[in-house]
Design a protein around this ligand. Sequence first.
Ligand code: CP
Length: 313
Amino acid sequence: MEALQGRHILGMDDLSRQDISKILALAKKFKTCASTSKNLPPLLTGKTIVNLFFEPSTRTRSSFEIAAKRLGATSINITGAGSSTVKGETLIDTARNIEAMNPDAIIIRHSSSGAPYVLSQTLKTPIINAGDGFHEHPTQALLDLFTIEEAKGKIAGLKVLIVGDIAHSRVARSNIYGLKKMGAHIIVCGPPTLIPPAMTKLGVEVSYDLKSSVQKADVIMMLRIQEERQDRIQFPSKKEYVQYFGLNSETLKLAKKDVIIMHPGPLNRGIEISPDVADGPYSVILNQVTNGVVVRMALLSLLLGREQHAAAH
Ligand code: CP
């Protein structure tokens, strides 16, 4: 098994089942430390992490920053609008200039699928993909896997239903790769125009009927419609979308009694999920956000070479 130390993290496609298990196990240790108020080890003291975000973010950017700081690292944020790309500098030049200041990792979010891969071909500094176009969002999938395991005690054998705009969702793609590696059964559900035909080749069950899918699921993951990634909306109307693919308390009555409801955020309340479901007893949406910090702490520790020290805590 290749060590995680020094690697680029471009997608769940590149991580083995063992890599994923190692990250989740260390995240669990960090969560126990935090919940028992045991001091967190300063595993990243002296390290510098750069968050380079060309798209908006509430959760991912702040949780990477909190994760780095909780372990003693310095973290700086650069936004696309605040960078010299607005003066015509290329992404590669921007990244090479950041690398010249010797950071220990660069975390990038970009609207172009493949942007982190391009940087990984040029830079030696580890690159972490924080979401690229509609390609991948690996740390979201890792925190989703952690949250599922925490709530259900396992991942293998569970039926995970992913509902909505599968075609434009990097969260769906990363979760499909990750969940499959961990042995879950995946059902994707949405309008036919938002489910790519290649889905079945990934070994995923495809459904166009929310109600029958909800009955089978142990985990329901709702997705936002990615309007910013569509030339035109690919279904007749939002009203119709809500009617057929929005999750509300009526539809939830069909679900298993121990189902959990997930959403990566940001929520469009009243579209893909009704407020009472988002805030209701089955929702683990804010647990996902909480878990994002410990999962990113684990990933940064393993990547930045303190694996043995991390494991010892
Ligand atoms: N889930 C997620 O990526 O949220 P942000 O866009 O707020 O980072």
